[in-house]
Design a protein around this ligand. Structure first.
Ligand SMILES: [Zn+2]
Length: 281
């Protein structure tokens, strides 16, 4: 399939596509009878324009909606390119994208990283969702039914899950990933275990996360276990007054057999430190 970049597009089922971009951020493309729905607009406008070009290789139908899985820059800073689409997000995602301090701190971080997109990040016009919801939002299209769920705070305060019940496909954002340790910097580790647990009740054959490869239901269970083991072990150590460096060493060796080959495992110590300070409160 001809596409603009080194991303790859995989048809999951019947007009539902995953656009995977290794080392960067994934997007979902849902093609219905009359329209296209995009999941995540990517990191800066030029990435969004590449995504739009790729959609045009697949279909001429208009992109009527963009769904933001959460407010993080690498998922939602392409929103400004979708001027004629409705942009949907959770109400907390809307709040985070309007939080000037939060976004300034992210913008500074992205600019200072001196990545190929850093220069462009200076001029991104952060564009929050213009349609929000709190618990559930059902979108009945001509062909597909899409159900958006919010189960509570997790990777951010406004993570949502996009489920397509007729084919058991799920889009999980950065809450549950296949083979990748998530970023914990803006997370809510007290709520994350319960939020991720809810995903197991959505019938799922395949899921696409915000990063990394497509996963199966078993991979979803592994992603849930990762969060539950990390948070419960850290809480246990806090309750037992165990010294943090000792806890980190033993927790990493506990996780290694199952998660040692996951991406970012080498930085898990930093992640544990972040979770520890958040859980200690
Ligand atoms: Zn994220």
């Amino acid at each position: 399939m001809p596409i603009t970049t080194d991303a790859s597009i995989i048809e999951l089922e019947n007009g539902i596509f995953a656009r995977l971009h290794e080392g960067l951020t994934n997007s979902g493309i849902i093609i219905d009878e009359e329209e296209v729905i995009i999941i995540d607009s990517l990191r800066v406008p030029s990435f969004a324009r590449d995504l739009i070009k790729d959609v045009k290789f697949l279909t001429n139908k208009p992109i009527t909606h963009v769904i933001d899985t959460h407010a993080h820059w690498d998922h939602a800073w392409g929103n400004e390119e979708f001027t004629t689409s409705t942009i949907i997000g959770h109400i907390n995602c809307y709040k985070e994208m309007n939080d000037i301090e939060w976004n300034n701190q992210w913008r500074k971080k992205v600019i200072n990283s001196e990545d190929p997109w850093s220069e462009e990040a200076k001029t991104v016009k952060i564009t929050p969702p213009n349609k929000t919801f709190e618990k559930t939002l059902e979108m009945q299209l001509s062909k597909h039914k899409i159900v958006l769920h919010y189960f509570g705070k997790a990777h951010t305060s406004g993570d949502i899950f996009i489920h397509i019940p007729e084919i058991n496909v799920l889009f999980t954002g950065d809450v549950a990933m296949n083979g990748l340790i998530p970023f914990f910097g803006d997370s809510y580790p007290k709520e994350w275990p319960e939020t991720i647990n809810q995903l197991l009740y959505l019938p799922t054959n395949k899921f696409m996360a915000g990063h990394g490869p497509i996963g199966s239901y078993d991979d979803l269970i592994a992603a849930k276990d990762l969060i539950q083991v990390l948070t419960s072990q850290i809480e246990k150590a806090i309750n037992n007054n165990i010294e943090i460096d000792i806890m980190i060493t033993s927790l990493i060796s506990l996780m290694k057999p199952n998660y040692g080959n996951w991406k970012n495992f080498e930085n898990l110590d930093e992640g544990i430190r972040l979770l520890h300070s958040k859980l200690k409160g």
